[in-house]
Design a protein around this ligand. Structure first.
Ligand SMILES: Nc1ncnc2c1ncn2[C@@H]1O[C@H](COP(=O)(O)OP(=O)(O)O)[C@@H](O)[C@H]1O
Ligand SMILES: O=P(O)(O)OC[C@H]1O[C@](O)(COP(=O)(O)O)[C@@H](O)[C@@H]1O
Ligand SMILES: [Mg+2]
Length: 520
């Protein structure tokens, strides 16, 4: 499925449309590819790709996903043998890689290693979930760069001053990532590591001081939720942040955050290279909303889904135990309903899952309220799970924005609860409605085991990426393998639940909910 307006050339790719990045001009069999937003690192200018040429499409995709490398700006920079080795407990500054060593032979990632972005070979464009076009539904090898340690590094560990910053809202696992970045830097031999307090604010608010980070200091931080460094939304000019990096002598910056943070990090990366500063900026995507493109999932998402089970379970028990009980649970998800979708799938107790991507009607014969009445009469109770951003069209927009520019949403959870109460009163049917909003409880918690592992590997790979000389990149899980992505490609737009996806169909099959889509 392609999105955008072919006539104007305003194009973008949906997460499921990675076969082509752009809009098809069918009459001429060409696809127009949108250029990277990054000025210095742009590897692709707007160009035309012959749709009939499979090789050209794959090659074009490869160019689009090429990672910005420090040698783009400093072509004469000589790489050095890496100081990272899993075989030593201490970094060995004079360690020389021995190609013939049996133990180390398979330790490093080759720069030309790639991870396939798409792994299903659809036979027909009408196969479930197919994202290919044309009769032949040809499989395209869309490749992204494999993450991991390289044999060569582009900066001496003793010259590194590394900084870590965590931005946006909280997310389980932030401390695990911070901890692992520090451990891995230490393994390379880096001694100078600081934490920037309270997100980007820490760069320009003079009342805030950096935190010195050592392996000893971060040893146990993963045992608690939140961020050791603090987080914040809003604020800051890119040039001020880069001035601050320059002043502090920071040349390796690890940025943990969501799509807003990534946009900021990419601007910092661009500005650093524009000023010819030898700085590597590497992100680790943080968002319980799971709204970053191209990745299997982001860290914290699993934990949030798991934490949401307690709220759904409580809503179910309350509803089951009451006469005509109805439980309503509101979960986070400003634009994307992944948490509500997966929490509903996991729980098995949800009768209706409402997400921002799927508009629903409350009133009328195919409305949610009539369905709840039906459930009360047939099974005696009901549970509704609503994502924060769902049903915004039912209320007047607030029109305001938070400090980062994210829209402030109307509280549809509270509204839904009131509407259900009013409906049952009007229908003359008693109903006992209980509303649970566990919003901050699902993200202010320690990461579960699966997220801890994810955080550990992401943190390590972030450091490997920086030492390998990449900047303006982020790291993510791609078909169960770890890959590096150029930042603009993962934040082109927020990843959202596709209402025609197999997973959404599985969700509504599991809840048994009918189609509440408003009818004309
Ligand atoms: N388009 C942008 N360009 C530069 N910085 C941004 C942009 N959007 C957000 N930011 C900054 O990134 C930080 C986090 O953004 P926010 O949207 O709150 O969280 P998240 O990164 O989780 O999406 C804030 O400090 C904000 O000012
Ligand atoms: O109250 P806060 O801190 O703004 O956080 C609420 C927001 O956090 C989120 O779960 C995640 O947002 P971010 O990825 O921007 O941190 C949103 O869905 C939600 O609106
Ligand atoms: Mg965001």
């Amino acid at each position: 499925m392609l999105a955008g307006d072919p006539s104007t050339g305003s194009c973008y790719a949906t997460p499921s449309s990675l076969k082509l990045w752009g809009c098809v001009n069918r009459s001429r069999n060409f696809v127009r590819i949108r250029g990277s937003s990054s000025s210095v690192t742009s590897v692709l200018s707007a160009e035309r790709v012959d749709l009939r040429d499979e090789d050209e499409i794959e090659a074009d995709f490869g160019r689009k996903f090429r990672l910005p490398h420090i040698s783009d700006v400093f072509p004469d920079l000589e790489p050095l043998p890496t100081t990272f080795s899993v075989k030593s407990s201490y970094p060995l500054p004079d360690y020389h890689f021995d190609d013939e060593s049996k133990d180390l032979k398979k330790m490093y990632v080759h720069n030309d290693d790639r991870v396939l972005l798409k792994v299903i070979e659809y036979v027909s464009p009408t196969s479930a979930g197919a994202d290919c076009e044309g009769e032949d539904c040809k499989f395209r090898h869309l490749r992204v760069w494999r993450a991991g340690p390289r044999k060569k590094i582009y900066i001496r560990p003793e010259e590194v001053k590394a900084a870590i910053v965590t931005c946006g809202g909280l997310c389980p696992g932030l401390n695990d990532v911070i901890r692992q970045i520090v451990f891995t830097l230490d393994k390379y031999g880096v001694k100078n590591i600081v934490g920037i307090p309270y997100g980007y604010r820490g760069f320009f608010d003079d009342s805030l001081s950096d935190i010195n980070l050592t392996t000893h200091y971060v040893q146990n931080i993963h045992l608690s939720g939140g961020s050791l460094l603090g987080v914040s939304r809003g604020g800051g000019q890119t040039s001020d942040i880069v001035d601050s990096l320059e002043k502090r002598g920071i040349n390796m910056l690890f940025v943990l955050g969501g799509n807003g943070t990534h946009a900021g990090a990419n601007a910092i990366h661009d500005e650093c290279w524009r000023r010819k500063m030898k700085v590597m900026v590497v992100c680790v995507p943080k968002t319980i909303d799971n709204d970053i493109l191209l990745m299997d999932k982001t860290f914290g998402f699993d934990t949030a889904v798991e934490a949401a089970q307690r709220a759904i379970s409580a809503a179910y028990i309350e509803a089951r135990s009451a006469y005509h009980g109805i439980g309503v649970v509101k979960l986070m998800g400003r634009q994307s309903g992944f948490i509500a979708q997966y929490a509903s799938l996991a729980s098995g107790h949800v009768n209706a899952c409402l997400i921002p991507e799927v508009p629903f009607t409350l009133h009328g014969p195919n409305g949610l309220l009539v369905y709840l009445e039906h459930l009360i009469h047939t099974q005696g109770s009901a549970v509704v799970c609503i994502a924060e951003g769902a049903g915004q069209e039912l209320l007047p927009p607030k029109g305001s924005k938070d400090a980062s520019g994210n829209p402030v949403l109307s509280d549809t959870g509270v509204y839904l609860q009131q509407q259900i109460k009013n409906h049952f009163i009007a229908a003359g049917t008693p109903a006992d409605v209980k509303y649970i909003d566990p919003t901050y409880m699902i993200r202010a918690c320690q990461a579960n085991s699966s997220d801890s592992i994810l955080c550990t590997v992401l943190g390590q790979n972030a450091v490997h990426g920086a030492f390998a000389g990449f900047s303006g990149i982020t790291v993510g899980l791609c078909n169960t393998h770890y890959a590096y992505f150029p930042i603009p490609q993962v934040i082109d737009h927020p990843r959202r639940v596709d209402p025609s996806s197999r997973m959404w169909h599985r969700c509504i099959t599991s809840t048994g909910q009918p189609d509440f889509t408003p009818r004309a």
